[in-house]
Design a protein around this ligand. Sequence first.
Ligand SMILES: NC(=O)c1ccc[n+]([C@@H]2O[C@H](COP(=O)([O-])OP(=O)(O)OC[C@H]3O[C@@H](n4cnc5c(N)ncnc54)[C@H](O)[C@@H]3O)[C@@H](O)[C@H]2O)c1
Length: 333
Amino acid sequence: MEKVTIIGAGGFGVSLAIIANQNHHAVTVWDISEEIVQAILRDGEHKTKLPGVPLPKEIGFTCDPQCMEGSNLIVFVVPSQFIRSVAQRLKPYITPQMVLVNASKGLEEDTFLTMSQVIQSEYPDNAVGVITGPSHAEEVGRGVPTTVVAASKNESAAAMIQDMFSSQTLRIYINTDPVGCEIGGALKNIIALAAGVCDGLKCGDNTKAALMTRGIHEITNLGVKMGGKPETFCGLSGIGDLIVTCCSMHSRNRRAGILIGEGVSPEEAVKQVGTVEGYYCCHAAWKLAQVHHVSMPITEQLYHVLFDGASAAQAVQNLMNRPKKREYEDILS
Ligand SMILES: NC(=O)c1ccc[n+]([C@@H]2O[C@H](COP(=O)([O-])OP(=O)(O)OC[C@H]3O[C@@H](n4cnc5c(N)ncnc54)[C@H](O)[C@@H]3O)[C@@H](O)[C@H]2O)c1
């Protein structure tokens, strides 16, 4: 039995806690919000994020960071824009022996670092890994068969993550390309937003298939320039996560995109849906595309819709009217 602390009592943090508890590990979930922790303790479930899923009494929920003492594994599952501040806030409680795991998806706005790189920059002496892939919390928490990857440059850290969270309903593959895995997980949110915009505009299945296929193409082009391996983008953290996010109503990115396609302003759509990580990531990815001289037409058009007031319908037209090309003309160039 290992001791695990999950940082963030949101939908995914609680789902991972349920799995670790089923695997007989000692699990505590820390959250910044006293209100959320008290509601979970009172209700015995997370009524807003995982309604109807009873939480085992052995899982601890607290706002006291002392709970981290003696943990073997710390899993960060807060929205990506808060990863650095939370990592800094918990400094007095994290020791170099603890394996640190990132489960959040995004890129840091100013540094363009992936979330595990942000954590590693705060904790240079710790082993750091990633858990990512097509895994909506609403399904993981209810035991729907799901597959993800545990990625780390440190194979024993990846194996530890695999051992702690593998279950009858969660199958975990080891991957040694954390950068590629995290770039896939972060950038798919941009394509999911764009897919939602097309749904809101009442485009069809052909359009969705086009967005997903050309979307993974541009994600791969940028990801490889940033040090990811090409094959990683064909795997669970790449095309796998892209498919689930573009097709599911569980995806907040897709839901925000639908509102934008229906005519709601991007700011209002983000306000209505809540955490829309693709909105922030689009900004970082578009800047990165320019730094690395990578063609990212979907990201570019979405950027203009989100931040320059461009019309969503015009963005679709702009994509359709690009100069004629060969399918693999710009791959890895
Ligand atoms: N929900 C999913 O299906 C899913 C699946 C895979 C990965 N993820 C990733 O996990 C991360 C968390 O997603 P979620 O859906 O569990 O989020 P959520 O919005 O359901 O919950 C986030 C939790 O983090 C807490 N938190 C802790 N410190 C915080 C701070 N400084 N500021 C704000 N909130 C703070 C909040 O109180 C909240 O309880 C995201 O990066 C997401 O991409 C989510």
